[in-house]
Design a protein. Structure first.
Length: 329
């Protein structure tokens, strides 16, 4: 039977498709336009859009399993409504069509950002409250929590689905590249003038791909699984990147108050240059608020175990070096 991957052109999608092919799965990739991440692979391309129900029905025809990875990541508001359109309305559409088409199982990729870090204490796990759909939360965080709720409504109507929540993915096959991929490139080129404070949970994208497949194969219907890696301060991660790249890390860390003061200017500069800013007030808030994350449930039920962070950083640079990737441009 055929496996459908939405969002196959993204960072996680590129790694998940490769792992499915390595396991001899027949893969159909639903893409909108960009196919760089899967060019040259033995996959069937389905052109479509999560807002187009007919294209979803065509993509799911004869499909056994759907991995819904499609999403818009934003640290700068709702981007003319695209964040909600893809992350909420798109999740609703995928779940509804999967139920209509009799798909055996849907794996929906949510995010650590669906959880409310301010609504608890200690290590974050799957029992933590989700973000409420209120203005006090960022558009992206609200969208991931609301998208999960839409999938759960379909589960109540009979859909067999599980939900995974990755933390911040880093690693190879980062074609676009991601925001952290751009940070690694900036470190390598000595173009990162200063660090920002705070920390986060960083996870190898290949481990997330493995955990997502394990959730499909062994996850319980309606359950959520946190696919986390290792919590580290930004300066610790950048120090590892600099060590692997053979350069000196930035010597200065901008205080949080100053970073927050400068965030609007960084955001405006990014818009003028047509680039995503490396940080905004939203991302600074995440680096300040998020706590260590437990993957105990995924380890217990899915045999999930993330690899060391330094190995991920080294492999990221290895891919940049060996491929015609972003660093070659």
């Amino acid at each position: 039977m055929t496996t459908l991957v939405t969002g196959a052109n993204g960072h996680l999608g590129a790694n998940l498709v490769r792992e499915l092919l390595r396991r001899d799965r027949s893969v159909r990739a639903l893409v909108h336009r960009d196919t760089r991440a899967i060019d040259g692979l033995e996959v069937e391309i389905a052109r479509g859009d999560l807002g187009d129900l007919d294209s979803l029905r065509a993509a799911m025809s004869g499909v056994d399993v759907v991995y819904n990875l499609a999403g818009v990541i934003s640290i700068d508001g709702d981007r003319q409504g695209r964040v909600r359109a893809v992350n909420v309305d798109g999740a609703r559409n995928v779940a509804a069509v999967a139920l209509e088409c009799g798909v055996r199982r849907l794996v929906h990729c949510s995010s650590i950002h669906a959880f409310d870090p301010s609504d608890g204490a200690g290590v974050l796990d799957e029992t933590w409250p989700r973000v409420a759909d209120t203005p006090r939360h960022t558009a992206y965080d609200r969208s991931k929590a609301s998208g999960e709720r839409e999938v759960r409504k379909a589960i109540e109507r009979g859909l067999d689905a599980v939900i995974v929540h990755p933390t911040a993915c880093i690693g190879p096959f980062d074609f676009q590249p991601s925001r952290m991929g751009r940070v690694f490139i900036a470190v390598q080129r000595r173009r990162l003038p200063s660090l920002i404070p705070g920390g986060f949970d960083w996870v190898d994208v290949r481990d997330v791909a493995d955990g997502t497949i394990a959730a499909c194969e062994r996850g319980r219907i309606g359950e959520s699984y946190l696919l986390s890696g290792h919590w580290a301060e930004v300066h610790e991660l950048v120090a590892q990147a600099a060590e692997v790249a053979g350069v000196r890390p930035p010597a200065m860390t901008t205080p949080m108050w100053l970073a927050r003061l400068g965030a609007p200017f960084v955001t405006t500069a990014g818009r003028v240059l047509g680039r995503d800013p490396l940080y905004t007030r939203e991302s600074l808030r995440a680096l300040r608020d998020f706590q260590p994350v437990s993957h105990a449930k995924a380890s217990r039920e899915l045999d999930y175990e993330p690899r060391p962070l330094l190995e991920t950083v080294a492999d990221s640079y290895g891919w940049l070096r060996d491929s015609a990737g972003p660093s070659a441009h």
